[in-house]
Ligand binder design. Structure first.
Ligand code: 4AD
Ligand code: MG
Length: 512
């Protein structure tokens, strides 16, 4: 067959070709055979499509090609598009011809469960799997929406340098490198450069890679991540909190609207995301501490009581689950059940075991959280579990502002009525995700700033250029930084930041 005469289309556009013959270019994601029929799930990057090849229709020779197809083999498949609501994507291809491009030998990622280290070693291939595909598509939408939000509001995008001579966020997690025999640091934040550009442009945003040499392995930290840092001249803390809320809601709204299939693949409960479209909760650090420690109620509830309730519910559900699992296992062992039912029972077992693992984790964690909440020392920074407890009290993200000066960066503006506090804000995402944004109003008083630089033990000479911004036309200004992977991780409800970036860089991982 002359395949060139048949139009090649993408799976995403297949609906425009119902009942006509087209060609799909892609990879075999799955294959199943049954009595002279082969069912091939083809993926082409834009979507997934079931292609049905019939020996009777194709003839013995052409059909034989389907036998050779292995997972991830590359093919061109021609066929007639048929609407079929039951199929993934709503269409099916009735195969008229197959052209094999390459047969993949022993594709290493199979349908069985793999450990995460194995998958990370095979990240270059893992990206093809359906979940990873969905996450990367959400990432793409988020990036697009971020640019769209700022561009449509008159912000100018700027690129901050990657090699930097001074620290922005403290000196503890800098990557040092050699810059023509002079020490340089990989950028921790583009903020200080963003401030300079804001004085030239009014409103700017950076969108670039950021590096932090955190020597701990947590699910919330990457060594290399992407940060978006808007900076606005003549803005104060309140105005910045308004921008943050508007910004995050706009991005989440776009994802809900344009990534419904991806969110379905990820089994994301979208009601949790929709809740974030309501006004965010705004708390001072002081109130957040009181809520954390159970000294202040939210909707008539103390944090400690709510956590205890969660713990008891988890225990009840776990014993219920254990019974279900036990009974089903026993029934399967006994046998005599129809094949179709066995498949369904095994599927249920798999789901229950996953839920069980989650419950067991919660039952281990909650008592630790309660204790750490009760013992929290006012004035300290929140740890991951503290953030989880605070956000547990609300459905929307929580903005915590007016922080103790000593735990925040040198550039934060003092609160007029209380100079032990600064006008910083952290946005905490719900469902245990914690800080996704850090920002606030910047110090404009050059003397206060010089004093802070000294107190933070930073080399004054390297900040002279920054101090110029306060010498020549200093104005109130503010901004924030969003950790791209933190936002994606929460939107997709994935466990670890490493799945939110194509090729993660973390301690112990530089390849692939
Ligand atoms: O809170 P951070 O350190 O704030 C700044 O860097 C400011 N200069 C931002 C500004 O005001 N322009 O970092 C901002 C955000 C955090 O809220 C978090 O989402 C993310 O960056 N982040 C990380 N993401 C992944 N891995 C890490 N190691 C991260 N460290 C911070
Ligand atoms: Mg922070």
């Amino acid at each position: 067959m002359d395949s060139t005469s048949i139009p090649a289309v993408t799976i995403s556009a297949i609906g425009q070709h119902n009942d006509s013959e087209i060609q799909l270019n892609g990879w075999v994601q799955n294959k199943r055979e049954n009595k002279g029929l082969a069912f091939i799930i083809l993926r082409d990057g834009t979507g997934f499509c079931q292609c049905v090849a019939s020996e009777q229709e194709l003839g013995e020779d052409e059909f034989k090609k389907t036998k050779d197809l292995t997972l991830e083999s590359s093919v061109r498949i021609s066929g007639k598009v048929k609407k079929d609501e039951r199929q993934i994507g709503g269409y099916e291809l009735q195969v008229t011809g197959i052209e094999v491009i390459q047969i993949a030998q022993d594709y290493p990622i199979s349908k069985k469960a793999h450990g995460v280290d194995f998958l990370l070693d095979k990240r270059h291939l893992w990206l093809r799997s359906k979940r990873q595909w969905a996450i990367m598509r959400v990432r793409n939408q988020v990036i697009y929406s971020i640019h769209n939000f700022f561009q449509s509001r008159g912000y100018v995008q700027m690129d901050a340098p990657i090699f930097t001579g001074n620290a922005c966020e403290g000196t503890t997690n800098l990557f040092e490198t050699d810059f023509f025999d002079q020490p340089a640091y990989l950028s921790q934040s583009g903020q200080l450069y963003g401030e300079a550009m804001a004085m030239a442009m009014g409103k700017i945003y950076t969108f670039g890679p950021t590096f932090r040499a955190e020597k701990s392995k947590t699910r919330r930290h990457l060594s290399e991540f992407w940060m978006i840092e808007p900076e606005m001249a003549f803005y104060n803390l309140e105005m910045t909190m308004d921008v943050i809320e508007d910004f995050l809601q706009s991005v989440i709204g776009d994802v809900l609207q344009n990534c419904s299939f991806e969110l379905e693949v990820l089994e994301r409960d979208v009601t949790k995301l929709k809740a974030a479209l309501n006004p965010f909760v705004r708390l001072t650090y002081k109130d957040a501490v009181a809520i954390l420690k159970g000294e202040k109620e939210v909707n008539g509830k103390r944090s400690i009581d709510l956590l205890t309730e969660d713990l008891n519910k988890a225990k009840d559900r776990l014993s219920e689950l254990n019974n279900e699992i036990e009974e089903t296992e026993a029934a399967l062992k006994k046998g005599g059940i129809k094949k179709g039912k066995v498949v369904r029972m095994e599927q249920s077992l798999q789901n229950w075991r996953a839920e069980k693992a989650e419950l067991e984790e919660a039952i281990r964690n909650i008592p630790v959280w309660i204790q750490s909440a009760e013992n929290f020392v006012d004035g300290n920074d929140f740890g991951g579990s503290d953030e989880t407890v605070i956000t547990r009290m609300f459905d929307t993200p929580v903005m915590v502002f007016n922080w103790p000066k000593i735990i925040k960066a040198f550039y934060m503006k003092e609160v007029d009525e209380d100079p032990t506090l600064v006008k910083g804000v952290d946005v905490l995402a719900p469902e245990g995700y914690g800080e996704i944004v850090g920002g606030g109003e910047r110090e404009t008083d050059i003397d206060v700033l010089i004093d802070s630089i000294k107190k933070h033990d930073l080399p004054m000479s390297e900040f002279e250029w920054y101090l110029d911004l306060r010498r020549y036309g200093s104005v109130p200004h503010a901004g924030f930084g969003l950790g791209l992977e933190r936002l994606i991780t929460w939107i997709c409800k994935i466990h670890h930041l490493r799945e939110a970036i194509p090729f993660p860089r973390l301690m112990g991982r530089l390849l692939p």
